[in-house]
Design a protein around this ligand. Structure first.
Ligand SMILES: Nc1nc2c(ncn2[C@@H]2O[C@H](COP(=O)(O)OP(=O)(O)OP(=O)(O)O)[C@@H](O)[C@H]2O)c(=O)[nH]1
Ligand SMILES: [Mg+2]
Length: 249
């Protein structure tokens, strides 16, 4: 698989509080067959990290700078939240994680994009290959929520028509600083017909669920097993999502 070269920081910034350590693997997949960008392995493939997988998808994290994209990925990949000062992602980076979805090993190649405007053209180039997009805003930052519409316009311009989109309202642990209500997120998601949940990279709330739901949807889309009931992403999210358990403002 040919992969576009990632634009990495060349040392002009020190690691962010949630900076991703240098990748142990570079997303190169060995003997895979590619179907519309999706990687199908005829027999289980071995990822560079030594994990077997049956099928592979690309997921992109997008949203304004500071909404918590990198932290969300670090929480999902490493189960950690590294508190500290915030330093923005430069360009684009990625991590792989293999999930077991109903007995099928699904590898998610998760691209962490820079939210800063000056990297937008880098991000545009990656939309085309994405199978799913996690679009984040920060519940403590109104403008990050107001910008969701612009992000969706951009997504519709650059991404594939059938890309799976999920809206995430991050930082729900910061109850006292919350300025975007749960209902506002729900309303916006309904308006655009996308599934929605609130998350916290800090506490871990719904982080696993967001990625698992995406993996299930992509797996079901690509492997239609006869007699298997149709997977409904919206219903699954509604059933599984956990509330922040606190203070709607
Ligand atoms: N309280 C709280 N803080 C968070 C959470 N997620 C991220 N943060 C903080 O928000 C700041 C920005 O987080 P990042 O993950 O680096 O943001 P980003 O979206 O990757 O930003 P860019 O790389 O510039 O696009 C950091 O100081 C994090 O510690 C969260 O769930 N809760
Ligand atoms: Mg980042």
């Amino acid at each position: 698989m040919s992969r576009k070269k990632s634009q990495r920081s060349k040392g002009n910034s020190s690691p962010a509080s949630c900076s991703i350590p240098p990748p142990k693997e570079n997303g190169k997949v060995g003997n895979d067959t590619h179907t519309n960008g999706m990687v199908m392995a005829g027999r289980p493939s071995l990822s560079n990290s030594g994990e077997f997988y049956d099928i592979s998808f690309k997921v992109m994290l997008v949203g304004d700078s500071g909404v918590g994209k990198t932290c969300l990925l670090v929480r999902f990949k490493d189960g950690a939240f590294l508190a500290g000062s915030f330093i923005s992602t430069v360009g684009i980076d990625f991590r792989n994680k293999v999930l077991n979805v109903d007995g099928v090993k699904v590898k998610l190649q998760i691209w962490d994009t820079a939210g800063q405007e000056r990297f937008r053209s880098v991000t545009h180039a990656y939309y085309r290959d994405a199978h799913a997009l996690l679009l984040l805003y920060d519940v403590t930052n109104k403008s990050s929520f107001d910008n969701i519409q612009a992000w969706l316009t951009e997504i519709h311009e650059y991404a594939q028509k059938d890309v799976v989109i999920m809206l995430l309202g991050n930082k729900v642990d910061s109850a006292h600083e919350r300025v975007v209500k749960l209902e506002d997120g729900e309303r916006l998601a309904k308006e655009y017909g996308v599934p929605f949940m609130e998350t916290s990279a800090k506490s871990g709330l719904n982080v696993e669920l967001a990625f698992t739901a995406i993996a299930k949807e992509l797996k079901h889309r690509s492997m239609k097993t006869p007699n298997e009931p149709k997977f409904k992403l919206h219903d699954y999210v509604k059933k599984e999502v956990k509330g922040s358990g606190c203070c709607k403002s």
